[in-house]
Design a protein around this ligand. Structure first.
Ligand SMILES: Cc1ncc(COP(=O)(O)O)c(C=O)c1O
Length: 430
């Protein structure tokens, strides 16, 4: 029997000293009951919670774990750099090495700037778009996540209408909606933001329609505005290049984070020569933006991305997971929708409008050592083997059996019911 006594004790202490007990996407508030909040160990494909329970982790730290936790070569690079210099009065030469490596690798990029989180990079993209021709309007797809700053956070607390006064929303993958939004911007269009594919929470993922992506490029060109691809989530899981290279569209700016240091705190904004002048005019910085250890980790991560077959491997493992799960579900009388790229799988049940089956299934899989998400896309990492997927499917087989047995007594999540009643109070569009 799995114990969670330490996790419960930590939650009680956290409730006293951390607002809401935990915050942001790493709070388990939206997860099924029983999901651990605190972890003490991560290695390869696995995480262990504060009570010592170990799980095959399909969330990969919400993305950063691309090559396996504690990847030996990256750890060696980190340890080597730690003995030399990290945060100091100026950047180390690694910043130039890393900028060159990124420019070599990402087709649209002529320059790079480094920061810490995805939100830093997307906000720089916003500022550079506006600085480019001193225009204000920025187009973003409805419900797309670009970070947690006042212009982008999905919840309304502490946000003013003024913070979003110059954002215009359109429906992802709809060239006409995009064209209308550009019209609405008039001659004040600064930029168009796009995620590589639609990866909103609680919904099926949608790959980008080529016509939509080409329309975004054309409209940006016609209005001398900048096209931004936010590759923070999908970066290096769709291509060894910007994700929109897969459909032949090159942005002016691309935002990167998460996988860049395989878990070390580093993100980046890359741009082309068109955007260079504006990028050199904005003032952006942070006390830790120039630290060398995450750059050493990023250089090693990028080397492994360049030199190994990690991408084919995660595509193969992702397909095994996807096909195995969908087939298995059928055997138990459930239909699953598994959408988006196989390396960023989103798995939802058919006929499950209040997500009760998905929540019960993930809770049942967790008990058997597999950490899945019922509402957010998951992530495949390159340390996963066919044996991990076989072990996963053994656990999910038992989880399907459990929910099949209990199907009639499964209750929906109270929190989700409350959210549905208030028409998604957790998200704020504009
Ligand atoms: C597409 C996208 N953009 C931006 C961000 C923000 O990144 P961060 O949480 O590192 O600030 C995220 C984070 O999940 C993301 O998925």
């Amino acid at each position: 029997m799995r114990s969670n006594a330490k996790d419960r004790a930590l939650r009680e202490r956290a409730a006293q000293v951390i607002p809401g007990g935990m915050y942001g996407h790493q709070s388990t508030i939206l997860m099924p009951e029983g999901f651990p909040q605190f972890f003490t160990q991560a290695e390869g494909t696995r995480i262990s919670d504060a009570d010592g329970n170990t799980y095959i982790d399909f969330m990969c730290a919400f993305g950063p774990n691309l090559l396996g936790y504690q990847h030996p070569e990256i750890m060696t690079a980190i340890q080597r750099q730690q003995t030399q210099i990290d945060t100091s009065t100026g950047p180390s030469p690694l910043i130039v090495d890393l900028a060159e490596a990124m420019v070599d690798m990402i087709s649209h990029a002529d320059w790079a700037m480094f920061c810490k989180n995805g939100s830093d990079a997307t906000t720089m993209a916003l500022m550079i778009s506006r600085a480019h021709r001193d225009k204000r309007k920025v187009l973003v797809a409805t419900n797309a996540y670009h970070g947690s700053l006042p212009w982008s956070t999905p919840r309304p607390g502490g946000v003013l209408a003024e913070d979003r006064a110059h954002l215009i929303y359109f429906d992802y993958n709809d060239p006409q909606a995009l064209t209308d939004a550009v019209k609405q911007a008039g001659n004040d269009l600064a930029g168009i933001f796009a995620t590589p594919f639609r990866h909103d929470t609680f919904t099926d993922q949608t790959l980008p329609d080529a016509e939509y992506a080409h329309t975004a490029r054309r409209l940006a060109d016609e209005h001398d505005a900048l096209l931004v691809v936010d590759d923070v989530r999908a970066g290096f899981r769709m291509a060894r290049d910007c994700s929109w290279e897969t459909i032949g569209v090159r942005p002016d700016l691309s935002a990167w984070g998460k996988v860049l240091g395989n878990g070390q705190p580093i993100s980046a904004l890359l741009g082309n020569n068109r955007a260079r002048e504006a990028a050199s005019r904005i003032f952006v910085t942070g006390s830790y933006w120039f630290s060398a250890v995450p750059m050493a980790a990023a250089l090693e991560t990028v080397r492994i991305i360049r030199e190994t077959d990690y991408l084919d491997h995660i595509q193969k493992i992702g397909a095994l997971f996807r096909n195995g799960l969908v087939e298995q579900a059928k055997g138990f009388g459930f239909d699953l929708r598994h959408t988006g790229p196989e390396t960023l799988p989103m798995v939802l049940f058919d006929d499950d409008p209040d997500f009760r089956l998905g929540y019960a299934f993930c809770a049942a899989a967790l008990k058997r050592g597999v950490y899945l998400s019922p509402y957010h896309n998951m992530f495949i990492n390159a340390a996963m083997t066919e044996a991990d997927i076989a072990e996963t499917l053994e656990a999910t087989g038992a989880a399907f059996e459990e929910i099949k047995q209990n199907r009639d007594s499964i209750q929906p999540s109270q929190l989700l019911m409350a959210m549905a009643e208030q028409k998604r109070p957790t998200t704020m569009r504009q």
